[in-house]
Design a protein around this ligand. Structure first.
Ligand SMILES: NC(=O)c1ccc[n+]([C@@H]2O[C@H](COP(=O)([O-])OP(=O)(O)OC[C@H]3O[C@@H](n4cnc5c(N)ncnc54)[C@H](OP(=O)(O)O)[C@@H]3O)[C@@H](O)[C@H]2O)c1
Length: 238
């Protein structure tokens, strides 16, 4: 499988690139800076220079030639304001989807975030500040854009807070209702109240999702848990 990762040098993107290469997949990482190329070629990924705020869908579609799947793992990042939440987290994800459609790449995995269901309300809850609200609104809009596209076999992955602790390969997954509602069913947890997940484990889940066609059309809630990734995925598919 040949997978293109937008945000290929991001903290999740790099882990995902390594995970996929180790699985024997072909990986193309999109980066914005030539200084990031070596980090990725050293782990066996190919690299393309793509800026989702500067390039158009036609240019990006050329870089998707021969791909089987795309992953949106980009993000404006913690230091950015509301404007870039919109230009990267919403518009960048939609541009990648436009490019995927043009290139005939049907499979699209969106790395979104927990909390987007709250962002579908017009009122910002008091405990969420303006920038985080803009971020959640951008992620929710990216999800909605993707879900409206019939030409793509999409999966949305919504992790909790990301950590840099070493991954343990144990997660809790839950399918989310189509209307953007809260996770369905009972989520199994390793520890009470655990709402975070390691970036290593997010990479494992996305790699597994890419290799599991039955996840198309699903929105998946993800936190650390007590089930191996493949078992957790089977649990929400059976
Ligand atoms: N932090 C959390 O707790 C949390 C929780 C849930 C979901 N998420 C989401 O998970 C995703 C990945 O997180 P992360 O920690 O890996 O983020 P990260 O390390 O900040 O990586 C973001 C990547 O996006 C790239 N990017 C920024 N602007 C771009 C543009 N215009 N065109 C193309 N690429 C661009 C960055 O490239 P440069 O190096 O060039 O800037 C970087 O490689 C993000 O979408 C984030 O919102 C985060």
């Amino acid at each position: 499988m040949r997978t293109v990762i937008a945000g290929g040098h991001g903290q999740v993107g790099r882990r995902l690139a390594r995970t996929l290469v180790e699985r024997g997949d072909d990986v193309v990482a999109f980066v914005r800076s030539a200084s990031q190329i070596t980090d990725l070629t050293e782990i066996g990924a190919h690299v393309a220079l793509v800026d989702l705020e500067e390039d158009d869908a036609v240019a990006v579609s050329f870089e998707l030639d021969g791909a089987d799947a795309v992953v949106f793992a980009a993000g404006a990042g913690p230091g950015s304001g509301a404007e870039r939440k919109d230009t990267v987290d919403r518009a960048g994800a939609a541009l990648l989807a436009d490019a995927a459609e043009r290139a005939g790449v049907e499979r699209y995995v969106l790395l979104s975030s927990r909390g987007t269901e709250a962002a579908r309300s017009d009122e910002r809850p008091d405990e969420i500040d303006d920038t985080f609200w803009a971020y959640l609104r951008a992620k929710a809009a990216a999800e909605d854009d993707l879900r409206a596209r019939d030409a793509l076999r999409w999966t949305v992955v919504r992790p909790g807070r990301l950590t840099d602790e070493p991954g343990v390969g144990l997660v809790a997954l839950a399918p989310v209702e189509d209307d953007g509602g809260r996770p369905r069913g009972k989520r199994r947890k390793a520890g009470a109240g655990r709402e975070e997940v390691t970036r290593d484990d997010v990479a494992l889940v996305i790699a597994a999702v890419l290799h599991e066609p039955r996840t198309a059309g699903l929105v998946i809630d993800l936190v650390g848990g007590d089930r191996p990734v493949d078992e957790a995925l089977d649990g929400i598919l059976s």
